[in-house]
Design a protein around this ligand. Structure first.
Ligand SMILES: Nc1nc2c(ncn2[C@@H]2O[C@H](COP(=O)(O)OP(=O)(O)OP(=O)(O)O)[C@@H](O)[C@H]2O)c(=O)[nH]1
Length: 320
């Protein structure tokens, strides 16, 4: 089990993180002494502090006391499970309580395990190892399920679910949403001239350059198809989307990837179609946004490639 966890940690490039939450510093010190050799340890002495730490450091596991002033351990766990950013963090209750009801309540509120004090070092370490291994394994497979292996961007499946989710979010909050459809110019000729492997390398470099322009956590940059990429920009209107699209073109131009068979210049270039809607209609779907971005991408190609095309904001009522 230990070997598997070490492998998973090295694959993601960081040790597992454990948050210790207890109002009694002596208990924290005890658990810390047992675990600090194997994991990165974070500490909190109240439920509120634990929630703050979770948002900040995204621990892989929490050891949570139950009886604490203010929010108790059960309430803290319930709050963590209500927040999409923290609901995946497993919680082990580590408590002086030991009745069947107490234990059942721990599982009811979303805990994965329940350990009664006094702490037995070997048992605690074994349970922590088991839950951390499960957590890192599930992170690993979830990542694979949403990632395009060649470029490291989100894949088409993730794009579809993100667009549906962000569309609903913007609809509810009455905010703008934009979409960029990005296509590499004359990519068939690139493959024909430089070979498929060089084509793959080009796709990976272009993807990296595209990604480097997006810094908001809720933007989604995905590989949409072969040499096509798509970016979902929730809460961004057309002006912002056009600016970002232009930045993306410049970032790829700066790579100066030679393209001897392109008709628009000596280097690899992009065509981008931009679509924006100020606020999605109630009852609408994102199909209209995709169609408009596609149409504008087609126009960018028709107008000579190596450009951003963003004509017409989508009309309300046409997005269903
Ligand atoms: N190397 C490589 N090529 C790919 C991959 N996926 C798709 N392609 C190639 O991308 C090319 C896309 O060609 P087209 O759709 O004709 O577009 P284009 O040549 O870029 O022409 P315009 O879009 O009109 O500028 C095809 O030759 C595909 O084989 C991939 O994963 N790796």
């Amino acid at each position: 089990m230990k070997r598997i966890l070490e492998e998973l940690s090295s694959l993601r490039g960081s040790r597992a993180r454990v948050l210790l939450c207890d109002d009694q510093p002596i208990n924290i010190r005890l658990a810390n002494a047992l675990l600090k050799g194997d994991y990165d340890i974070y500490m909190a002495t109240s439920g509120v502090q634990a929630i703050e730490q979770c948002e900040k450091v995204q621990p892989d596991l929490i050891l949570m006391d139950v009886n604490m002033p203010g929010l108790n351990g059960y309430e803290t766990c319930e709050r963590l499970k209500q927040n999409t950013a923290t609901l995946g963090i497993p919680v082990i209750f580590l408590t002086g309580l030991n009745s069947e009801e107490d234990e059942a309540r721990g599982f009811d509120v979303g805990g994965v395990d329940f350990i009664s004090k006094p702490i037995h070092g070997t048992v605690l370490k074994a349970r922590v190892l088991t839950h951390l291994t499960l957590k890192l394994q599930s992170d690993f497979y979830r990542n694979i399920a949403v990632t395009d292996s060649l470029t490291g961007l989100f894949n088409r499946r993730k794009f579809d679910s993100e667009l549906a989710e962000k569309w609903e979010l913007c609809k509810r909050s009455g905010q703008a949403i934009s979409l960029l459809m990005i296509d590499i110019d004359y990519f068939k000729r690139y493959n024909d001239h430089y070979g498929h492997q060089a084509g793959d390398q080009c796709l990976a470099e272009v993807a990296h350059a595209i990604r480097s322009n997006f810094h908001r956590s809720y933007d989604c940059v995905a590989r949409y198809g072969g040499e096509e990429f798509a970016c979902i920009l929730p809460m961004a209107g057309s002006e912002q989307a056009i600016k970002l699209a232009e930045n993306v073109c410049q970032a790829v131009a700066r790579l100066k990837l030679p393209h001897a068979r392109s008709e628009v210049g000596p280097h690899v270039t992009l065509s981008i179609g931009v679509a924006s809607i100020t606020a999605p209609d109630p009852g609408s779907s994102p199909a209209g946004l995709i169609a408009l971005a596609d149409q504008n991408l087609y126009q960018a190609k028709a107008h000579g490639r190596a450009q951003v095309y963003a004509e017409v904001e989508i009309a309300q009522g046409t997005s269903a």
